[in-house]
Design a protein around this ligand. Sequence first.
Ligand code: SAM
Length: 434
Amino acid sequence: MTTSVKPFAQNPGRDISKDRPAPFPIAQYYYDQRLRIAEDAAVLRNLIAAVDWAGDLGPAQWAQWYSVALGFAPDLILELGRGYGNSTAVFAQAARRLDRGRWTERTKIVSLCRTGDWASIVAPRIARIVDKAWFANVDARRTDILSADYGEIIADHERVLVLWDAHGFEIAELVLGDILPRLVDRRHLVLVHDISDNRHASVPRSYGGQPLWKGSKWQERVGAWDSRINIGWMNSRQDQVIAVADFSARNGLEIGSADHEYAEFFAAHPAYADEMRQLLGEEFFSLIGQWAFLSLNGKEGPFHFPAVSGGRAATNRCDIVTDELPRLPATIVTDAVPWAYASKFEWRPAAQPPPNVQAWIRCRLRVDGGVIGVSLLSPDEQAFVESQVVSSAAKPVNVLLLVPDLMQRGSLVIHTWDTPTSARVRIDELALVW
Ligand SMILES: C[S@@+](CC[C@H](N)C(=O)[O-])C[C@H]1O[C@@H](n2cnc3c(N)ncnc32)[C@H](O)[C@@H]1O
């Protein structure tokens, strides 16, 4: 193999000679925001303590993402994967800071995750240390990231920062095939967490006696947590590193490395590094971030995006018929009891899809109040075969449930999720899609 032969040498693709430097000076942002980080150090420290989940994001990473959000000044931050909400809190604090600077525009944060720890544990702790307005920019939804409507979320926002911090190939397909194409003509920057740079982080070349990394599902199954994969400079144990490398090769697009940006910038300006170290200490200043970034800004297409699959890609539909809900829209009220069933009904499709196609129930609904579930029972009613969480929102959302077998249909259930809060659920549409 010779090193002069480039990937896709027979198929030149887009004209990369017209590429302009990325309009996102990641390391410059860090340096430029040093005074604000220093000024807000106590607030950041309190927020870090309130989240209390440093395993997902260390203090220096907090400062790095704070600097990116303040430097880029997005009008929308789309957070994919909230967990305990380190990133939610750092972005909300940045949004508060940006608001104070501008007064007019707001930085909206739409945070998507299926977990409820933010609302039940972390937000109440944060509420004790910030004013009410701090939460005004945060729309923390409980949902499956794969079900959300990104047309509605991105709407007419013009500067969009995406945090990609939920893992797996399905989410990778969604980010690269649905979200990114919507961002091409807007200012946008995607931060990809959990990718280290083997040029800078002290990552060994050796396998260290570990078996070959064979994907995150394999990793979870066998518990081989120290197995990692290296693709070029990217070192990770998350599936999306493969999707990102593939996207980069197909599109002649370099994937940015925070670690590399910091190493180059601060090596060129050692006095800046000294100043940052003095001002912020090792707590908030580190050259290691372990995150990658990508953007199509400054690049000319045509770009190649994967098609999306699953229920989102369905092009056929028919109504679902139920005796319990003869007319839609219909409103169901859930009890303030965790997991209580509010409505359980049998259903059938109004038309017969072709045999052996994969089909999904698509339920368009709006929730007002507590968190609810839309679930499909197994035919013997012993378990949910599919279950989706939905939280209160101003607009209706689509819920997609894969139907394992159209001939043996379990009942559909609308129920309370894990919190004792009642909700009004308005169902606008019940359809089978394939
Ligand atoms: C690594 S954690 C996020 C950490 C967070 N960004 C932080 O800074 O603290 C990833 C989260 O994504 C959630 N997640 C993964 N796949 C999801 C999906 N399809 N829909 C909704 N949430 C998902 C997981 O439940 C988990 O809470």
